[in-house]
Write a protein that binds this ligand. Structure first.
Ligand code: NAD
Ligand code: AKB
Length: 317
């Protein structure tokens, strides 16, 4: 029986992963752990809820013990733009938070899911069809913390046999929780703006192509890799996974097909642009496909239709 703890449960991924895990494994088996953000009523009342700093060993270990946890989804982190605003805090939360989780996992026999990102690549990485194993020299604090996290998880697996697993997510698009300080956030904001104001000002250049994914695919990946046969996971902490690749101009065109009066203009933000320019256009995810059956469901067109329909319903309500 899985007894799961989710850190960063109030964030963009946690807000959807926690209910999905509760549905799959039982509401009482999944403890949502928030931090400073107020949890939504459904997160708090849908199963056990606690709040603590992911770096706090005593508090986190107490929750793990109290609920007899055997699997930790560790999502608490600072994302790319937030990390560039406070690199010291980003290193502290992203690395010391992770090491705390890994130490607790080691002493309590837990498996750990920890997501990496396209940010683990850098300007020297081949940007098109980015291989599973390639140059990783990122130039952002977020990216540096992601490469270090992939390696730290590998270390805990080989040295201590902690069952660590992870994927390199592209930018994630969702209609439930707003994203929390990333470079790819524009691909969510644009939908809110299209529905509310019929226009959007984009912080990236029109032709900035990035790897992207709709949240249902991201949730499916997080659950599927944790259920995969451990012996088949040759790249266990850092699988490239992808679903679609587009530029702001192409996303705007897809939205315009549904909302003809929609317009986009561009006011490029140098921090967003420099980060985006250092990331892949699209990753090669053949290792994830062959080793644990990864497959995406949503392309640009299907994601755009679903986002607009669900967000319109939410904004009307
Ligand atoms: P998010 O910013 O929406 O949520 C992160 C959560 O971490 C927030 O709820 C915040 O309250 C919490 N947090 C911050 N500092 C904390 C601390 N000291 N202790 C405890 N909690 C703390 O992020 P997300 O989009 O849900 O991302 C989750 C994970 O997935 C991160 O590791 C991120 O790098 C990774 N990822 C996300 C994306 C994406 O597009 N969303 C893409 C690639 C990888
Ligand atoms: C960000 O833009 O920082 C995240 C990510 C791709 O890791 N969405």
């Amino acid at each position: 029986m899985r007894r799961i703890l989710v850190t960063g449960a109030t964030g963009q991924i946690g807000s959807e992963l926690t209910p999905a895990l509760r549905q799959r494994y039982g509401a009482e088996q999944v403890v949502a752990v928030g931090h400073r953000n107020m949890p939504t009523e459904s997160l708090r009342s849908g199963g056990p809820y606690a709040a603590c700093d992911a770096r706090d060993n005593t508090a986190l270990a107490e929750i793990v013990q109290k609920f007899n946890i055997n699997t930790i989804y560790h999502l608490a982190a600072l994302l790319s733009v937030a990390a560039e605003k406070d690199p010291q805090l980003a290193w502290d939360v992203n690395m010391n938070g992770l090491q705390n989780v890994l130490e607790i996992a080691r002493s309590h026999g837990c498996g750990v899911f920890h997501p990496s990102s396209i940010a683990a690549f850098g300007p020297d990485t081949p940007p098109i069809n980015t291989p599973q194993v390639t140059i990783q020299r990122p130039n952002t604090m977020y990216g540096i913390s992601k490469v270090a996290a992939e390696l730290l998880c590998d270390y805990y697996y080989t040295r201590y046999r902690v069952d660590t697993r992870g994927v390199r997510y592209p930018g994630l698009i969702s209609h439930i929780a707003l994203p929390g300080g990333g470079t790819t956030d524009y691909a969510v904001e644009i939908f809110y703006a299209a529905l509310r104001k019929r226009k959007y000002t984009c912080p990236l250049k029109p032709d900035t192509r990035l790897d992207m994914m709709y949240m249902p695919d991201a949730i499916q990946a997080a659950m599927r890799i944790m259920e995969a046969d451990s012996t088949k996971l040759l790249h266990r902490n850092a699988y490239n996974i992808t679903a679609m690749s587009f530029s702001p101009m192409e996303l705007a065109a897809a939205i315009k097909k549904k909302i003809p009066e929609f317009t986009i203009n561009y006011e490029v933000d140098p921090i967003h642009q420099a980060i985006a320019d250092s990331w892949p256009d699209n990753m090669n995810d053949s290792a994830a496909r062959s080793q644990w059956g990864w497959a995406s469901q949503y392309d640009l067109e299907r994601m755009t239709s679903d986002m607009l329909a669900r967000l319109a319903a939410k904004l009307t309500a």
